[in-house]
Design a protein around this ligand. Sequence first.
Ligand code: GLN
Length: 252
Amino acid sequence: MCRHLAYVGPEVSLKSLLIDPPYGLYRQAWAPRMQRHGTVNADGFGIGWYASGDPVPARYRRAVPIWGDPSLPDLARVTRSSAVLAAVRDATVGTALGEAAAAPFASGSWLFSHNGLLAGWPASAAGLARVEPLLALEAMTDSAFLWALVVERLRSGTAPDIALAATIDAVEAAGGTGRFNFLLTDGRTIVATTAGDTLWYRRADDGVTVASEPCDDEPGWAEVPDRQLLTAAPSQVTVRPLSSLNEGIGIR
Ligand code: GLN
């Protein structure tokens, strides 16, 4: 995904979060302002959101550009949520196309997106994991593969921030290179990494938004430097270097 966004806070419509902001995710599909790699994000999109009282999110993903889906504006106007993760995709060369390759990827109550690439995919994956996770991939993309590595850690009880940092650490320790901006939520907390691309956050109106780039020119947006791990809830945002986490707990 080349631009992604997550929000946790008071209930809002998907339209007010994604479509209405002057430089929001909808517009970022054809006119991103800060994208470092690629120009347009026209290879599909996905929105995941949580309905009240249900911990398992719903997803709406399409292979068409977000502006080419005539059903979305109506759906987004009437759908409200207090936790959302959405992405617009610029497919990396050599990865599968289609709806199943569009983030967010999901497992149980988790939603995940990856902005970046694993260099040399798919050949480079062979040395990075046992073969089983590769066989179960939802789509033959680098992002689905990296998500499988994160899910393995989440399922074994690893905390979400450690799961993201440990995945990057393990991939790089095995010689993998690329860009690894991850975004993960369970509907209550957002966890994200910066490793090669842009990331910003803003706390406003009792909620918090974490996004590849600011969705408007209003005050309050803060940029996250590279190689950081961010944890965000409406009441608090913390940003720590990825390296401090790795060194501190010996996660490899
Ligand atoms: N590699 C991922 C994909 O192909 C993400 C691409 C990106 O960030 N532009 O979906």
